[in-house]
Design a protein around this ligand. Sequence first.
Ligand code: V47
Ligand code: SF4
Length: 376
Amino acid sequence: MNTRLLRHMHLTPEVEHIATALLNPENPAAGHRLTDLEALTLMREAPLALLGTLAAARKRAVSGDEVYYNRNIHIEPTNICVFRCRFCSYRRGAGEPDAWYHDLDAVERLAAERRGEPITEVHIVGGVHPEHDLDYYCEMIRRVKKQLPHVAVKAYTAVELHYIISKAGLTLAEGLQRLKEAGMEAIPGGGAEIFAPEIREQICPEKPTAEEWLATHEAAHGLGISTNCTILYGHIETYEHRIDHLRRLRELQDRTHGFDAFIPLKYRNLHNSMSAVGEVSLPEDMKMMALSRLYLDNIPHIKAYWPMLGISATELALSFGADDIDGTIDDTTKIYSMAGAEDQRPRLTTERMEQLVRSAGFTPVERNTFYQPIKH
Ligand code: V47
Ligand code: SF4
């Protein structure tokens, strides 16, 4: 963007100053690093069009015209969970009518049904079942890998991992090493929610703390396991809480460089004990996407997760800094459909994903879990 155009946007002097610093024409990829105060000023005062322009410029500098997707399936072994996060529409106690549980044989069958398909990733995530232990989690990975040896297993959030590794009496590094030996190659980003204790206490008081979540990812990075990170935004938190959350992620990434992607997860309010809290608007979603791209200057990929955002908003997010739209999924993620996202059985064909990316003006690239392009 030509800096002269900024003058036509009627910006406050503070916003104009920050935008000029971010639009470093010499090297937009390594442009100015936002301070927390600058991030807050942008969130409060910058017009959405400016945020989109700045974030899209940063995205193009980092990943050019390319937008990534992968071919993946989700396996959700159970929705029975020892925790009771107030925003969760999905968890059930054992014995409740719509609780589900797939034992190891059933999980293996779900994997076996997909043999011969061109998927490259299995994403395993679920509730924290009270009776399972580390050996069970390792065995589940081995069974999936036995059926689908060529796929990468991205498994278990830091919440599940912290719980079972503590239960086993091991250090995080020891427990993660066991899972790595069983075939776990990456860790998804769930469970981060909002790190600030005053919000965490209200929305998920029983969950591992921010420090425990971050320590789990740091230990994984130390073992060469790549991981993702998330934020759950748009409920009772403030902009300050969001920026504090991003700062903790950026600080960890400065030390380890182990995060591949950041996923801003929009709070959905159907059928949970925070339903009275409304959902934020589409412009607010785009603002969060843009801020994520601009603030997290050391995390290469920002993911617009289509089962949560919906397809039109995902397309729009590509103009607000996102460069990844996750996978074809093709099956069974219930976390969002149970919380109010419109599609009860999310599935997008590869053709439809490519079309979505092209109509937003970008070039679709199929990737593997580690963001290497797949050549067919
Ligand atoms: O941690 C639960 C979120 C997360 C609700 O790493 C909700 O590639 C909105 O982390 N409204 C789990 N969100 C899912 C997750 C994820 C998803 C896709 C890709 C990746 C990745 C990770 O789902 C939980 C929580 O933050 N969640 N309930 C809800 N009512
Ligand atoms: Fe359990 Fe995860 Fe739901 Fe929390 S968000 S209750 S940890 S399934």
